[in-house]
Design a protein around this ligand. Structure first.
Ligand SMILES: NC(=O)c1ccc[n+]([C@@H]2O[C@H](COP(=O)([O-])OP(=O)(O)OC[C@H]3O[C@@H](n4cnc5c(N)ncnc54)[C@H](O)[C@@H]3O)[C@@H](O)[C@H]2O)c1
Length: 235
C-alpha cells in the first residue's frame, strides 16, 4: 500500500512496530523518488503515537492515513486462537488495543490537520470477520467490527470538511505475516471457499486502498469495501 501510494505521488510516513521493516519500506520509497520518514512506533501506545506525529511533521501535514496493523506479534496471535469460552479477558486485550485503540490513536493524531486542510482520507483495514464472525477469533472480530463503527461515525463527522473515512475488509490475503502463519496446504484448502478460488495478493488490496485515497473516490465515505474475492457474500 505504501509503495503504490508513493508510486502515485505520495510522500510516506512508514509506521511499523519493527524498525527494520519500516526502514526497508522507507528505502524502497526513497528509490521511487518520494520523501519518506521511517516511524518505528507502537500504535497501541498513545505516547508513541504522539512521538510518531512529531516525526511525521517533517513531511508536512498528513493528508492520508491507512490504518493497517491488525495482528498482534505472531506468538501472541497463535496462542490467542481459542474458542471464546476458553479465553480470559487479558487475552482479548492485544486485539482490542491494536484494532480499536490503535486505529483511534492514529486517527486522532492526524484528523485535526486534515480538517484544517479541508481534504483528507482515512482508510482502515478490517476483516470479513467483522461481519461474518470467525471461530477462535472473537476478540479480533469484535475489535474489527468496532473499528467499522468508529469509521462510520468519523465519516459522519468529517465529511463536511472534505475528509472521507472508509474501511477495506480483507479475506485471506497473502501478506508476509499471513504466509508465515499459514502452511501451503491450508492456503489451498481455504482457496476452495472463495468464488475466485484463490486468496488475494497484497497488491490487489493496495489498488482498492489507492482508489479510496484518490480524488476518484471523492463521493465514497462511510463505506466498507470488501476486497475478498467475493468470500463473505457466499457464506
Ligand atoms: N492477511 C490476511 O489474510 C488478512 C485477513 C483479514 C484481515 N487482515 C487485516 O489486514 C491488515 C494487514 O494484515 P497482515 O496480514 O499484513 O498482518 P499484520 O497486521 O501483522 O501486519 C501489518 C504490519 O503491521 C505491523 N504492526 C503490528 N503491530 C503493530 C503495532 N502495534 N504498531 C505498529 N505496527 C504494527 C507489523 O509489523 C506488520 O509489518 C491487518 O489489519 C489484518 O487484520 C489480513
Amino acid at each position: 500500500m505504501a509503495l503504490l501510494l508513493a508510486e502515485h505521488g505520495a510522500d510516506i510516513v512508514v509506521n511499523d512496530l519493527y524498525a527494520d521493516r519500516a526502514d526497508k519500506v522507507a528505502a524502497e520509497i526513497e528509490a521511487l523518488g518520494r520523501k519518506t520518514v521511517p516511524a518505528p512506533f507502537d500504535v497501541t501506545d498513545a505516547g508513541q503515537v504522539s512521538a510518531m506525529a512529531k516525526e511525521a511533521g517533517r513531511l508536512g501535514t498528513v493528508e492520508i492515513i491507512v490504518n493497517n496493523a491488525g495482528v498482534p506479534p505472531l506468538e501472541v496471535a497463535l496462542s490467542g486462537r481459542k474458542l471464546f469460552a476458553e479465553t480470559t479477558p487479558d487475552e482479548w486485550e492485544p486485539y482490542i488495543r491494536l484494532n480499536l485503540y490503535g486505529v483511534m490513536y492514529v486517527t486522532r493524531a492526524f484528523i485535526e490537520g486534515m480538517i484544517e486542510t479541508g481534504w483528507g482520507r482515512v482508510v482502515t483495514i478490517i476483516s470479513d470477520a467483522a461481519r461474518t464472525g470467525d471461530p477462535r477469533l472473537a476478540a479480533y472480530a469484535a475489535a474489527k467490527a468496532g473499528a467499522a463503527g468508529f469509521m462510520r461515525t468519523l465519516a459522519s463527522e468529517v465529511g463536511r470538511h472534505g475528509v472521507t473515512a472508509n474501511c477495506v475488509a480483507l479475506g485471506g490475503t497473502k501478506t508476509e505475516n499471513f504466509l508465515a502463519a499459514m502452511p501451503e496446504e491450508l492456503i489451498e484448502k481455504a482457496s476452495a471457499r472463495y468464488p475466485i478460488r484463490r486468496l488475494a495478493e497484497p497488491e490487489e488490496v493496495a489498488r482498492v486502498v489507492l482508489f479510496l485515497c484518490s480524488n476518484a473516490a471523492s463521493i465514497v465515505t462511510g463505506q466498507t469495501y470488501a476486497a475478498n474475492g467475493g468470500y463473505s457474500y457466499t457464506l
